[in-house]
Design a protein around this ligand. Structure first.
Ligand code: S3P
Length: 179
C-alpha cells in the first residue's frame, strides 16, 4: 500500500508544454510559497543546458540527476515543484513526490502541445523530423504515469490563471478541508 502522506507542497507533473512553469509561478505567488523547477535546478547544478546533458552524457545520466534531486525534495515545505515532463515515468520519483506533495497533472492535447513548443529548441526529445508524431507517441507511452496524479487538469481550454486557481482550490481542500 502507499506510504502515509504529509502534504506540504504541490508538485506539477505533465508533458512538455502543458504550462507547468507558468502555472507553478502563479500558484507560488498566490500561496506565497517558494517555486522550484527541476530542469532549472539541474542546469544550475551541472552548469550545463539540458540539451548538453542529453548530448554529452545521455538521457540515462539526465534521469539519474532527476532522481537524485527528487530524493532531496522530501525536505521541502511550502514549495511549488514544477517537474520535467519525463520525471514521473520513474515510479520511485512519483512515490517520493506523493509523500510530501499534492501531485497535479496538467494535461493537453498533442496538437495544443505542438503549438506551444514548435518555436522552441531546448527540448532534446522533440528535436525530431516529426515532432507532432513524437509528441503523440510519448504521450501515449506516458499516459499511465501521468494518470497516477492526485488531480488531472486539462489546460487546453483554460488560461494559466484559471488552471492555477483550480490547483489552489484543490490544495486548500486537501490541507484545510473545513474552510
Ligand atoms: C523532458 C521534458 C523537459 C526536460 C527534458 C526531458 C521529457 O522538461 O526535463 O527535456 O522527457 O519530457 P519540460 O517538461 O519542463 O519541458
Amino acid at each position: 500500500m502507499t506510504a502515509a502522506r504529509n502534504i506540504q507542497n504541490i508538485a506539477l507533473i505533465g508533458f512538455m508544454g502543458t504550462g507547468k512553469s507558468t502555472v507553478g509561478r502563479l500558484i507560488a505567488e498566490q500561496l506565497r510559497f517558494d517555486f522550484l523547477d527541476t530542469d532549472v535546478l539541474i542546469e544550475q547544478r551541472s552548469g550545463k543546458r539540458i540539451t548538453e546533458i542529453f548530448a554529452q552524457n545521455g538521457e540515462t545520466a539526465f534521469r539519474e540527476l532527476e532522481a537524485q534531486l527528487v530524493a532531496e525534495l522530501a525536505a521541502r515545505t511550502q514549495t511549488i515543484i514544477s517537474t520535467g515532463g519525463g520525471l514521473p515515468t520513474n515510479p520511485a520519483n512519483l512515490a517520493s513526490l506523493k509523500a510530501h506533495s499534492l501531485v497535479i497533472c496538467l494535461w493537453a492535447s498533442p496538437e495544443r502541445i505542438y503549438e506551444r513548443v514548435r518555436e522552441q529548441s531546448h527540448r532534446p526529445l522533440l528535436n525530431d523530423s516529426d515532432p507532432l508524431g513524437k509528441i503523440r507517441a510519448l504521450l501515449t507511452a506516458r499516459e499511465k504515469f501521468y494518470k497516477q496524479a492526485d488531480v488531472l487538469i486539462n489546460s487546453d481550454l483554460r488560461s494559466a490563471r484559471e488552471v492555477a486557481q483550480q490547483v489552489v482550490n484543490q490544495f486548500r481542500l486537501v490541507t484545510n478541508p473545513r474552510k
